[in-house]
Design a protein. Structure first.
Ligand code: FES
Length: 142
């Protein structure tokens, strides 16, 4: 069996929504201290809906594939839905990832969350801090 699904390979080789949004309403940047990979997510928001979304990932193929899929999953969706996007949902949409690559999908979930938080912060929108837990890379295996 191939190590990576066809969908992972497709999103790695033809990533969707790559780039930068110059007029982004929210920007989230996250990194993994262990592998050194960095992901930046840009969102454009209109009336609570993510109307556009782009990403830049300096990282492994799985990080690129998961960020690409994450943009596809949140584009056109309400901010609340984007906040609910889990790394498991991204992995499922990609038809799976090898266990030792699951941490790459965590980066995608966190990048989306960070972009939404940035949007809330910039627009003075109150939120529940519990929706934005601080991930402690030092202590985890992800
Ligand atoms: Fe760092 Fe994949 S190895 S995100």
């Amino acid at each position: 069996m191939a190590l990576y699904s066809e969908k992972v390979m497709d999103h790695f080789q033809n990533p969707r929504n790559v780039g930068k949004l110059d007029d982004a309403d929210g920007i989230g940047e996250v990194g993994n201290a262990k592998c050194g990979d960095i992901m930046r997510m840009y969102i454009k928001v209109d009336d609570g809906i993510i109307t556009d979304c782009k990403f830049n990932t300096f990282g492994c193929g799985s990080a690129i594939a998961t960020s690409s899929m994450a943009t596809e999953l949140i584009k056109g969706k309400p901010l609340e839905d984007a906040l609910k996007l889990s790394n498991q949902a991204v992995v499922e949409a990609l038809d799976g990832l090898p266990a030792y690559k699951l941490h790459c999908s965590v980066l995608a979930e966190e990048a989306v969350r960070a972009a939404v938080k940035d949007y809330y912060d910039k627009h003075g929108i109150a939120y529940d801090p519990k929706d934005f837990p601080i991930h402690d890379c030092e202590g985890c295996q992800d």
